[in-house]
Design a protein around this ligand. Structure first.
Ligand code: CP3
Length: 343
C-alpha cells in the first residue's frame, strides 16, 4: 500500500507543497491539559511510567492541533535510570542523577539486557499510541544520543558547558569511552523495543553535540549515531531515523551521509537558506523555527514560518522548531504557525 502519512513520505524523500509538521516538546507545560494530567500523575517520572497518562499527554497536542506526528512521552534520562543510575527531578531545578565517573561506578551499572524491566511501561505507552493515534499521524519513538546522555550521567545534572564530561574525556578516556559504549548498546536495545511496540520512526537527540569540536565530534557524536542507526536498520529494515546533532554548525554538512540518518534535524542557529543548499542536498531536513516565536507570535512568527517553508520547498522537509517549545509559549501562537504552514 502506498504510504499516506505525510511525515513518512517526507522521510522517504518526497518533496511536498505543504510540509508535515510537529513540534519538539509538543506535549508540555505550555498546554493547560498537560499541566492537569501531570498534576494527576503527581510528578514527572510517574507521568512517564504510567502508560495511560503518558499516552494521554502524547495525544493532547494531536487532538488540539492535528500535528502530522506524535512523539512518545518519555525522557532521555529514563535509559540511565534503567541502567541503574538514581534519577530524580528537583522541583524547578531540572534533573538530578547519581554520577558515573570511575571504573567501579561503571562496573556497578546493570547489564544492558536488564533495562527492559524498568522501561516496560514505556513500551506499553507506545503500544497504546499505535492503537489510538489517527491513521494519518506518524508515531515517533526516541532516545538521547550517547554523548548527551553521558553528559548527564557524568555531571549528575544539566551543565551549561558539559564541563564534567569533557574533563572525564581528558582525564580517563578509557572510562569515558566505556560509558559511551554502554549507552550506545543500551540505546539500540531501547529503540528496538520501541520499534517492536509500534514506533514508526525514531529520533536521536544529541542536544549537546555542539560542545564537541573537531575529531571529538566525529568520534563521539557521529560515530555512535552511525553505530546505532546501522544496528537498528539491520534489525528493522527500512526504519527511518531522524538525527538531531544540536549545535553542529558546519558539521551538519554531510552528517546524514556519514551516519546513515534519513533526516537531519536543524537547530535555529543555522540559516534555512544555507541548510537547504548544504544539508538538504543529502535528503530530508527537519526544522528550524526559533521557539521564541511561540512566545512572541505576531507578524514575525508568520514571516519567519513562511521564510523557512520557502527555503526548504525544493526538497523533503519536516517543519519543526529548532528546539523544544518553552513553558511560557502561548498555545494560540502554535495555531498561528500551523495556519501559516497549511494555508
Ligand atoms: O513532547 C516531547 O517532545 C516528548 C517528550 C520529551 C521530553 N523530554 C519530556 C519532558 C522528549 C523528547 C524529551 C527529550 C529530552 N529530555 C532532552 C533532549 C531534547 C532537548 O530538549 O534538548 C533532554 C536534554 C532531556 C532531559 C530533561 N528532561 C531536562 C533537562 C528536563 C528539565 C528541563 C525542563 O524543560 O523542565 C527534562 C524534563 C522534561 N522532559 C519535561 C518534559 C515535558 C518537563 C517536565 C515537567 O513536566 O515538569
Amino acid at each position: 500500500m502506498a504510504e499516506t502519512k505525510k511525515l513518512m513520505r517526507a522521510l522517504a524523500g518526497e518533496t511536498q507543497a505543504v510540509p508535515p509538521v510537529w513540534m519538539m516538546r509538543q506535549a508540555g507545560r505550555y498546554l493547560p491539559e498537560y499541566r492537569a494530567t501531570r498534576a494527576k500523575a503527581g510528578d514527572f517520572l510517574s507521568l512517564c511510567y504510567t502508560p495511560e497518562l503518558a499516552a494521554e499527554v502524547t495525544l493532547q497536542p494531536i487532538r488540539r492541533y492535528g500535528f502530522d506526528a506524535a512523539i512518545l512521552f518519555a525522557d532521555i534520562l529514563l535509559l540511565p535510570q534503567a541502567l541503574g543510575a538514581d534519577l530524580w527531578f528537583a522541583a524547578g531545578e531540572g534533573p538530578r542523577l547519581s554520577t558515573i565517573t570511575t571504573p567501579d561506578e561503571l562496573r556497578a551499572l546493570k547489564p544492558v539486557d536488564a533495562i527492559h524491566e524498568t522501561l516496560a511501561p514505556v513500551y506499553e505507552t507506545v503500544g497504546i499510541l499505535s492503537r489510538e493515534l489517527p491513521s494519518e499521524t506518524a508515531l515517533i519513538g526516541f532516545a538521547g544520543a550517547p554523548w548527551t546522555v553521558a553528559t548527564y550521567m557524568i555531571a549528575g545534572r544539566g551543565t551549561p558547558d558539559q564541563g564534567p564530561a569533557h574533563a572525564l574525556k581528558e582525564a580517563d578516556r578509557a572510562t569515558f569511552e566505556a560509558l559511551l559504549a554502554r549507552i550506545t548498546e543500551g540505546t539500540v536495545e531501547y529503540l528496538s523495543k520501541q520499534i517492536e511496540a509500534g514506533a514508526e520512526v525514531v529520533k536521536l537527540f544529541d542536544s549537546w553535540a555542539g560542545s564537541l569540536k573537531g575529531a571529538d565530534f566525529d568520534r563521539y557524536a557521529m560515530e555512535p549515531a552511525k553505530q546505532i542507526i546501522a544496528a537498528l536498520k539491520e534489525r528493522h529494515p527500512g526504519i527511518p531515523v531522524i538525527a538531531f546533532p544540536r549545535g553542529a554548525g558546519e558539521k551538519y554538512v554531510g552528517f546524514a551521509r556519514a551516519t546513515g540518518a534519513d533526516c537531519v534535524a536543524l537547530d535555529n542557529s543555522v540559516p534555512a537558506e544555507w541548510a537547504a543548499e548544504h544539508v538538504q542536498v543529502d535528503g530530508c531536513v527537519q526544522g528550524n523555527l526559533d521557539p521564541r516565536h511561540m512566545v512572541t507570535g505576531g507578524q514575525d512568527l508568520i514571516d519567519e514560518t513562511r521564510r523557512i517553508v520557502r527555503a526548504f520547498s525544493k526538497g523533503p522537509h519536516i517543519f519543526n522548531l529548532g528546539h523544544g517549545i518553552t513553558p511560557d509559549a502561548d498555545p494560540d501562537n502554535v495555531q498561528l504557525m500551523l495556519d501559516t504552514i497549511r494555508g
